[in-house]
Each structure stands twice: as structure tokens, then as C-alpha cells.
Design a protein. Structure first.
Length: 306
């Protein structure tokens, strides 16, 4: 597949979206960017085009990494007992996900309440803060030692994170979040402010596609059980309230972030990382999803068809 031509065909979609403005540092990002990287785990071949090496804020894609790390450290049973896997028809940052349903735990790990709770499960160890531990794991599973914290974005997260604070205190009041709220929020804000590239996310997707084994060196980074569980949750909840729509249209486990990133994992086939910061009203990359749909169709990646 000619990735450069695919970018050209999807470029016009950028004008249908807008960069995230509720986080001030993201409002300054140039919307006219579109990049892609694809890692074929069957051949160990990697292809990329466009803005594939541009660093951008990982934002909600970090929820995938934090979930995998929590499972690695605590076990799937412990993690799944505290966060569910149910789809929600509500926005990702509302407490209605729990309040209306009467749930005592977040519906899934990719809504903000669930992600904050997952981050709270990572505690300081051996002199490393929870975020430092997540950062080290991110660099390993993304095969990218260049992943760092962007302090400007982190400060923006802190300044505009009152809704997330309300979610954290709600979880604390319900007895769902047992660790310190301030530390848990700081970990969450920091993990969302990590800077990655399409290639970083491609490597993450490739590990998931390859059943938890890093295709670049054959090392098992996560359990097969963790990879399967996470891909399943990505398929059903990874694209906010559009998850069901794109399960039908694309058919590949995918997670988005308001920084414009997408990570996708086509089981036993490839990992895909995409970046384009112009978002639709739900918070998903407009051109990025159009490009991913094209790739899925051309390479026959839809898990429900092939």
C-alpha cells in the first residue's frame, strides 16, 4: 500500500476538524499535519509517511499503556475487579458514566474516571514515582527512549483539570479510589503529557498485535492475556462514543487521544500509529480515522471480515 498516496487522499479531511482548545497548549498545534507508521509483525517490516516523526502529546492513548502496566504489576484479576469493561453512551469525562448506572466502579479503563483509577493503582517503588515507572514502561513498550514529559502541556493539564479532579474525588468518596487523590491526579496528568511519535504508537500497536511479544527483538513485554484483554477493550471503548461506529467501519482495535494520535492493533498482522490533530466533536482525529479506515480496507485488516 502506498502510504504517501493515502495521506494525500485523506488530507482534505483535516478541514472538517479542529484542534483541542480546552487544553491551552494543544490549541497552538498546527492542524495541518498527517502522519502514519505501520509495522508488519509477520515480516518485521516498517513503513511510514508524512508527519510520522513529529512528537505530539499522547493524551488518552496513554490509557492503553497505563492499563497494560497495571495488569503487568498487579495482575488482570486485581485490575478488572476495580474497573469494568462496559461501553458508555456518555462523554468520556462525565461522572454520568457511574452516577446514572449506579455502578460502584468506573465502566471501563478508557473513560477518564476509569483511567484515573488505573493510574492510582501504580505506587511509588524503589525511589521511583508512579509516573516515572509508567514513563519507563512507555519507553520500553513503544521502543522509544526519546519519550519525555512536556512540561508546558503538563501545566495546561493542571490548569484546566478541574473536571478530572471532580472525578477523582467522586471516586474517593465512593470508596473506589483508595490511594492519595493528589498523587493519582498528578500521575494521570503527567502520563497524558508524554510526547510520542507515530512510530512510538506503531511499536505499541505491534506488541499488542503480536500477542504481547516485541517484534523487534522477540522479548515478551506483556502477557498474552493482557494483550487480548486490552485489544478487546480498545475495540469496544477506544474511540469514545464512536467506538461502535468504527468497530463496524474499520474493525480494528483502536485507541484515540485528543492530541491527535491513534494506535491500532490488527491481531497477528500489524501495529499502526497515526497522527493528525484536527478532531471531530467527539474528540477523534478526523483525517486520522479516514486514513485508518483506508488502510484497514486496503490491507484487509477488519477482524470481523477476514
Amino acid at each position: 500500500m502506498d502510504l504517501k498516496n493515502a495521506i494525500h487522499e485523506c488530507w482534505g479531511k483535516i478541514d472538517e476538524g479542529h484542534v483541542a482548545t480546552y487544553i491551552p497548549a494543544l490549541a497552538n498545534v498546527n492542524p495541518y499535519q498527517l502522519g502514519v507508521c505501520l509495522f508488519d509483525v509477520t515480516t518485521d517490516r516498517k513503513e511510514q509517511a508524512g508527519a510520522s516523526q513529529v512528537r505530539f502529546a499522547i493524551e488518552s492513548v496513554s490509557k492503553v499503556i497505563a492499563l497494560l502496566y497495571a495488569i503487568d504489576q498487579l495482575g488482570l484479576k486485581a485490575v478488572s475487579s476495580q474497573v469494568g469493561t462496559r461501553q458508555t453512551g456518555f462523554p468520556f469525562d462525565t461522572i454520568l458514566n457511574m452516577e446514572i448506572t449506579g455502578e460502584s466502579r468506573p465502566l471501563n479503563p478508557f473513560v477518564n474516571s476509569g483511567a484515573i483509577l488505573i493510574s492510582s493503582l501504580i505506587e511509588e517503588r524503589d525511589g521511583q514515582s508512579p509516573f516515572e515507572r509508567i514513563l519507563a514502561f512507555s519507553r520500553k513498550i513503544c521502543n522509544d527512549p526519546g519519550i519525555t514529559l512536556d512540561h508546558e502541556i503538563y501545566r495546561s493539564e493542571l490548569a484546566t483539570g478541574d473536571r478530572n479532579r471532580s472525578l477523582a474525588y467522586y471516586l474517593k468518596a465512593r470508596g473506589s479510589l483508595s490511594n492519595d487523590v493528589t498523587t493519582s491526579l498528578d500521575t494521570y496528568f503527567r502520563q497524558c503529557s508524554m510526547m510520542v511519535t507515530c512510530e512510538s504508537l506503531t511499536n505499541l500497536g505491534a506488541v499488542l498485535a503480536n500477542d504481547g511479544v516485541a517484534p523487534w527483538n522477540g522479548e515478551r513485554l506483556i502477557s498474552s492475556q493482557a494483550a487480548t484483554y486490552t485489544k478487546s477493550v480498545m475495540m469496544t471503548t477506544g474511540l469514545y462514543t464512536e467506538s461502535g461506529t468504527y468497530s463496524v467501519q474499520i474493525g480494528v482495535p483502536t485507541k484515540s487521544g485528543v492530541g491527535g494520535g491513534l494506535v491500532a492493533a490488527a491481531p497477528s498482522h500489524c501495529g499502526i500509529g497515526i497522527f493528525s490533530p484536527a478532531l471531530n466533536p467527539v474528540g477523534n482525529s478526523v483525517a486520522g480515522l479516514a486514513l485508518l479506515e483506508m488502510i484497514s480496507r486496503e490491507l484487509k485488516l477488519d477482524i470481523f471480515k477476514y
